[in-house]
Structures are given as C-alpha cells and as structure tokens.
Design a protein around this ligand. Sequence first.
Ligand SMILES: C[S@@+](CC[C@H](N)C(=O)[O-])C[C@H]1O[C@@H](n2cnc3c(N)ncnc32)[C@H](O)[C@@H]1O
Length: 245
Amino acid sequence: MAAQYDDIAVKLSDWDVLPVRSEYLEGHTFFKALGSVKGQSVLDLACGDGLYTRQLQARGAHRVAGVDISEEMIRVARQHEAAQPLGIEYHVSDVADMAPLGVFDCVTAVYLLHYASSPEHLLRMCRSIHAHLKPGGRFVTYTFNPGFSAKGPNSTRYGITMLDFPESPREGQGISAELHAKTPFTIHFSHWSRDTYERALREAGFHRLTWMRPECSPEGIARYGQEFWQDYLDNPHAVALRCER
Ligand SMILES: C[S@@+](CC[C@H](N)C(=O)[O-])C[C@H]1O[C@@H](n2cnc3c(N)ncnc32)[C@H](O)[C@@H]1O
C-alpha cells in the first residue's frame, strides 16, 4: 500500500482540483460531519500531502498531527509545511501499527479504512484510532461507499471511474478506480460492507455510529447547478462516517 501512493504522490494533487473533491462536496460533507475543531487537538490519518490537515489547522485546531503510510506523501506534506509553516507535525506509519502520539479531541481520516487488507487489519486500525482519542472524542472518516452500485451512474464525469465494478462485490474484493487527473492514474483498495466496518469499530470500542451521504453546499449548487451534481449524489463513490469513543 505504501508503494502505491509513493508512486502517485505528485499526481494526486492534480486530482484535488476536481469539483467532487472540493469544498462544495467532499470538504462540505466531511467538515459538516466533523463539526467545529476550534481550540481542539486533531490527528489526521491517511493525511496524504496534508490537504485536509492544513484545513484543520486553518479552522482553528490548536494541535494538528498527520500520519500516512507513504514516505513520499509525507515528504510532500512536509514540503508544504516548510514553505508555509503552520506548526503541523507529520509522521510516517501504518495506522494499524502507530506508535502512541498522545490523545486527541478528534481523529479524522479522509480515505483510509478501505485500504485495510483484511478484517483483522481493519480492526487493528480501529483499535489504534480509539487509543488516540480522549474519552468522548470523535472519529470522522470518509471512505469508499459500501453501497456503491454497478448499476448506478458511474462517477466518470466527476473525475473517478470504477473499473469493472462487480454487481455484488464480495467482502474484501479488490476494487480498482481510475482517477482522471492531468496524468490519469489507477488506485486499488478493498470493498468492505457496512457490517464489516461497523463490527470493527464497535469491537474497538466506538459507539453512536452515523453514516452520512455526501451533500453539496449551497455555493456548489449555485456554481454548477443541481443537475450537475445529481448523478454523483445518486451513486457517490464515497460516504462519511462519524462515531464516538
Ligand atoms: C486518497 S489518499 C487521501 C489523502 C488525504 N486524506 C486526502 O484526502 O487528500 C489515501 C492515503 O491513504 C494512505 N494510506 C493507505 N493505507 C494506509 C495505512 N494503512 N496507514 C496510513 N496511511 C495509509 C495512502 O498512503 C494515501 O496517502
């Protein structure tokens, strides 16, 4: 998994400009699920090049740390930090094997859990996340949509195409998606059902699990029109999930 993102770290930032990745949709949904982080400590997992890590800092979090398995993604994140210091600390680690970094008011992870290679790996990730939260703290993630349908509209015109997506994906089945950046690239991850995610999170000690479908902000509708977003909203490639320790 580390190698996958080591090879595409630079291409990924190109994909960030797409409307579906923007503050109109993904950012809007994620930050709505998260709520205010003003004055709070936040651990951002699978932080990649720090796209959301920096936004968490900008929203007033007082301690922000980012963790990613890919040395190359963290190298790019640290370059941003060096160019414009915000006081964010970055660490390279598999979330499942993280050394203790302290306890945080919230842990975030935009696109992490579907990279779990087995239910056991997923459970180790969830336990590690739980161990980094204060009692009552929240975990907010954005993950591949367990209900994505091969029959629904594909997300191609929004910048992502599921390749040969099966009608009834098996637990743990490998999924590939092409991302239409300036230089297109393919990512690989695993399909896990809602039950599998929920079982791992509950076993790790989480409760009050809430799934949220993506929503478009009023600004996004004003800019592109409802019709532009509708196919994506009918069959989104990713969904938000919030739970509490
Ligand atoms: C699609 S990128 C998302 C990056 C960032 N959250 C964003 O939205 O811009 C997924 C990231 O997950 C990281 N990743 C995958 N498996 C991981 C694991 N087990 N532990 C930590 N990071 C992981 C990859 O290296 C990659 O940077």
